[in-house]
Design a protein around this ligand. Structure first.
Ligand SMILES: [Zn+2]
Length: 105
C-alpha cells in the first residue's frame, strides 16, 4: 500500500477521474521536459567516457570538451593557481606548436 500509494501520487494517477487520464495529464505530461533535460545534459557533459561532471574546458586542437579533472593541461580536480595559469599560458606561447609551421616535415 505504501509504495504503491506513493507511486500513484508521484505519477499523478490517484484521486482523479481515471487512471490513464491522471497518467497522461500528470506524470506523462512531463516526459518532454525530461527529454529536454537529457539533451541538455548530453550537450554539457564531460566527453571523457563515463564521467558525469560538467565539461567547460575545450581541449585545444580537438572537438572535445572536458571537466577540469580530465583536461590534459589542468592540474586535476583542485582549482588552478594564478601561477599555474600563467605557466600554462607561457608554455603555450613558447612551445611553438604553430599549425602553420611545416619546417619539420
Ligand atoms: Zn570528466
Amino acid at each position: 500500500m505504501g509504495v504503491w500509494h506513493w507511486f500513484l501520487t508521484v505519477t499523478g494517477t490517484n484521486n482523479t477521474s481515471g487512471l490513464w487520464y491522471g497518467w497522461w495529464s500528470g506524470f506523462a505530461s512531463d516526459l518532454p521536459e525530461f527529454a529536454i533535460l537529457l539533451l541538455v545534459w548530453r550537450r554539457i557533459n564531460c566527453h571523457a567516457k563515463s564521467c558525469l561532471r560538467i565539461g567547460l574546458h575545450h581541449v585545444d586542437g580537438t572537438p572535445y570538451v572536458t571537466c577540469r579533472r580530465h583536461h590534459p593541461v589542468h592540474s586535476g580536480p583542485a582549482p588552478a593557481t594564478a601561477e599555474q595559469i600563467a605557466h600554462a599560458h607561457a608554455r603555450a606561447h613558447a612551445g611553438g606548436a604553430d599549425p602553420a609551421d611545416v619546417s619539420d616535415g
